[in-house]
Design a protein around this ligand. Structure first.
Ligand code: CO
Length: 288
C-alpha cells in the first residue's frame, strides 16, 4: 500500500505497551497508518522512568523483514540466535536482517536514567524474505556528521552531502538522517520522487513545508520535484528524516512476522511452535 500523494499526512504518536511491559510511541504500524511501504513500524522510546523500559524485550522472533534500532540515549543489550551479543549504547545503531528468522532479546543495561531512540521495521521483498539472517552494529563515532552553522546531520543510513553511513544494505536502499536544527534555522532536502518518506519530530518543533510539525508526530512527505523545507521553532528542533523505495507487493503481517501470503504466516507460526523457526544458525558456521 502506498499512501503517498500530493498531500502530507500528520500522524500523532500512540502510546503502546510492548515487550514485557515497555512503553513506546508508535506512528507507523497503527490503525491510522498501517504501513508506509517499505516501512512497517516506527516505535519511538523516550522516557527517564525505569518502569517504562526496565522489563525490556525478552526472547521473541522476527521473520520477513529488517529491524533497525537507533539509540540516542541509554544502553541496551542484544542477544540473538545467530550468536551475536551486541551492546547498543548512546548514538549507536543496529541493523538486523531477520529474513528467514531470528530469535532475539533486547534488554536494558541500565537501571535508571534516560532511554531514548527508535526502532524501525523495514520490509523485505519476497525474493529476500527467506534469505540468511545478517547483522550489523556500529557505535556512535562510526556515523558521519555533516555540520553547518545552522544544522547538524548525522547519517544513520544512506548518504547525505558527501557522507555515507557505514551500514551496508543493498536491498532496501533506505536513507535515514538524524537532524538537529538551531532556533529559526532552515533545513532543505530533496528526496527521490519514487520513494515513500517521512519526518518524525522528537525534540521541540517547527514548520514543515509551511505546516506545523509538533513534537512526537510523524509527517508523511508528499512526492514533489522540489525540496522539502523544515524551519525550526524558537527552541530549535530535532527530527529523523527517513526515505525508502516502496516494494509494491502484498503484505500479510501477524505480529513479528511480515510475509506476502497467509500460508507463509501459517508456516512461520508452525515453525515457531515446533521449535523449527531458526533456519540459519550463522554462529554454527562461524565456530568451524
Ligand atoms: Co525484536
Amino acid at each position: 500500500m502506498s499512501t503517498q500523494s500530493g498531500l502530507s499526512r500528520v500522524i500523532p504518536a500512540t502510546e503502546v505497551t510492548e515487550g514485557a511491559g515497555v512503553t513506546v510511541h508508535r506512528t507507523i504500524g497503527t490503525p491510522t497508518l498501517r504501513n508506509l511501504d517499505p516501512f512497517m513500524m516506527l516505535d519511538h522510546f523516550n522516557t527517564d522512568n525505569p518502569d517504562d523500559y526496565i522489563a525490556g524485550f525478552p526472547s521473541h522472533p522476527h521473520r520477513g523483514f529488517i529491524t533497525f534500532t537507533y539509540m540516542i540515549d541509554g544502553d541496551m543489550e542484544h542477544k540473538d540466535s545467530m550468536g551475536n551479543t551486541g551492546n547498543l549504547g548512546p548514538g549507536g545503531a543496529q541493523w538486523m536482517k531477520a529474513a528467514s528468522g531470528v530469535i532475539h532479546s533486547e534488554m536494558p543495561k541500565q537501571e535508571n536514567g534516560l532511554m531514548r531512540g527508535f526502532q524501525l521495521w523495514i520490509n523485505l521483498p519476497a525474493a529476500n524474505k527467506m534469505d540468511t539472517p545478517e547483522y550489523q552494529e556500529y557505535k556512535a563515532d562510526a556515523f558521519p556528521v555533516v555540520e553547518t552553522s545552522g544544522y547538524r546531520v548525522k547519517v544513520i543510513m544512506g548518504t547525505f552531502a558527501d557522507a555515507s553511513s557505514p551500514i551496508k544494505d543493498e536491498i532496501t536502499d533506505v536513507s535515514y538522517l538524524d537532524v538537529q536544527l538551531e532556533p529559526g534555522e532552515k533545513f532543505s532536502h530533496d528526496l527521490p520522487t519514487v520513494n515513500n518518506s517521512f519526518l518524525y519530530v522528537y525534540g521541540d518543533s517547527g514548520q514543515l513545508d509551511g505546516q506545523h510539525a509538533p513534537l512526537h508526530t510523524l509527517t508523511t512527505l508528499a512526492n514533489k520535484e522540489a525540496p522539502h523545507n523544515f524551519v525550526a521553532g524558537e527552541q530549535g528542533a530535532r527530527f529523523v528524516l527517513v526515505s525508502g523505495k516502496p516494494i509494491n507487493e502484498p503484505v500479510v503481517q501477524y505480529g513479528p512476522f511480515v510475509m506476502n501470503t497467509r500460508e507463509e504466516i501459517d508456516q512461520a507460526m508452525r515453525d515457531y511452535q515446533e521449535n523449527n523457526f531458526v533456519r540459519d544458525r550463522a554462529w554454527v558456521n562461524r565456530k568451524k
